[in-house]
Design a protein around this ligand. Structure first.
Ligand code: PLP
Length: 396
């Protein structure tokens, strides 16, 4: 018999993953070129050449016992130093080695920081629609997830609702910018206002409210959209970063947490996070990948390729009469379902071999998420299928 807690996890097992598996079956049945799988956030752009060169170089020139060995649970000091220096240069921060903890991707980082901070029944706020895995990560530590209502049509954070939902038990607020699933970039003015509310509430309740900035899509911002660096706006910010999307390395599981000295109880938080990384069983982030990303701090993915996809898809869909939130970041497009039940709409789309994810799996019912980290050619081919879908709902 499996653990009771796991029974619920198994029941709620990811819709997105299930769809990805289904896409593979459909591709066998109809031919891969006739299936338009927009379900998973797996980057289509290749990692920069420098990543491969760095890996080869490390394997050729370093002692294998070092490359494949254990190190400090927080990661190699020189790797953390390079990352801290890079962040200081980019964002004017004053970070050092002790402020960086190398993690097993953003998912690993979020679990480490939640384990570090959350006591059972502590409340963690998330802004709908949000990355569904947050539910599981918060539940891992018996925290209570509190959902802040969505804010259509802009989908900027709903600060009024946030303020109302903060209580003496609020320990953390998770914010994901640029956003999965909406593709929205949260604006600086909104972040500043959010920071003021959090500070006010900390004073009111005499508590610490940590803002966890989940930033795997930081570099994916279009049309000059600026993604504010949150440590510069709110003293109790912890940043979770990942190279999964920025260097197209999702399977390699590499990222880091930034725990600045300005956060309340900083030294204990840093030390506890180091231990959490160990006792969660990660022990440390993958060694070879730590060494590789340290050589690639200045590297950027091909943002233009995603931008071209974004324009093609957004223009194509709006032209057909679909109602879309114009994406400014990440590689997702948030589109209104053409009927109230987004799952029924997704099922209809599947009749035309279009695989979309229902908004309800992100606590955003009535919408669907379209992941456009696919080939540009697939988007071009998919527009005829979207046209049939539009016709099925008599759009235009
Ligand atoms: N946070 C968000 C918002 C994501 O979209 C993802 C992955 O898609 C993650 C975290 C996890 O990223 P990683 O692969 O770095 O664990």
């Amino acid at each position: 018999m499996i653990a009771k807690k796991m029974v619920d996890y198994v029941k709620g097992s990811s819709v997105i993953r299930a769809m990805f598996e289904e896409g593979k079956i459909m591709a066998e049945k109809y031919g891969a070129e006739n299936v338009y799988d927009f379900s998973l956030g797996n980057p289509s752009v290749e990692p920069p050449v420098k990543v491969k060169e760095a890996i080869k170089n490390i394997l050729d020139s370093e002692n294998p016992n070092f490359v494949h060995g254990y190190m400090n649970n927080s990661g190699y000091e020189n790797v953390r130093e390079k990352i801290a220096n890079h962040l200081n240069k980019e964002f004017g921060t004053k970070l050092g080695v002790k402020n960086i903890l190398m993690t097993v991707g953003a998912a690993g980082g979020l679990n480490v920081i939640l384990k570090t901070l959350i006591d059972p029944q502590d409340e963690v706020l998330v802004f709908a629609p949000y990355f569904g895995e947050y539910n599981n990560y918060i539940a891992n530590y018996d925290g209570v997830r509190v959902v802040v209502a969505p804010n259509p049509p802009s989908f900027q954070p709903n600060l009024k609702d946030m303020e109302e939902k903060i209580t003496a038990k609020t320990k953390a607020v998770i914010i994901n910018n640029p956003n999965n699933p909406t593709g929205v970039v949260y604006k600086k003015e909104i972040i500043e206002e959010m920071a003021k509310i959090l500070e006010k509430k900390e004073k009111e309740f005499g508590t610490s409210i940590y803002l966890i900035a989940d930033e795997p899509y930081r570099e994916l911002a279009f049309d000059g959209a600026v993604v504010p660096y949150l440590t510069n706006h709110y003293h109790n910010t912890i940043v979770g970063y990942s190279y999964s999307k920025s260097l197209s390395l999702p399977g390699e599981r590499i990222g880091y947490l930034v725990i600045p000295d300005e956060v309340d109880d900083a030294e204990n938080v840093q030390q506890a996070a180091n231990i959490a990384n160990r006792i969660l069983g990660f022990v440390n982030a993958p060694s070879l990948m730590q060494l590789a990303v340290a050589e690639c701090v200045e590297e950027k993915t091909n943002v233009d390729a995603y931008d071209a996809n974004r324009k093609l898809l957004y223009e194509g869909l709006t032209e057909l009469g679909f109602e879309c939130v114009k994406p400014e970041g990440a590689f997702y497009l948030w589109m209104k379902a053409c009927e109230e039940d987004d799952k029924a709409f997704v099922a209809k789309a599947k009749e035309f071999n279009l695989l979309l994810v229902p908004g309800s799996s992100f606590a955003g019912p009535g919408y669907v998420r379209i992941a456009y980290c696919v080939s540009n050619d697939m988007i071009k081919r998919s527009l005829a299928a979207f046209k049939k879908l539009a016709e099925a709902y008599n759009l235009k």
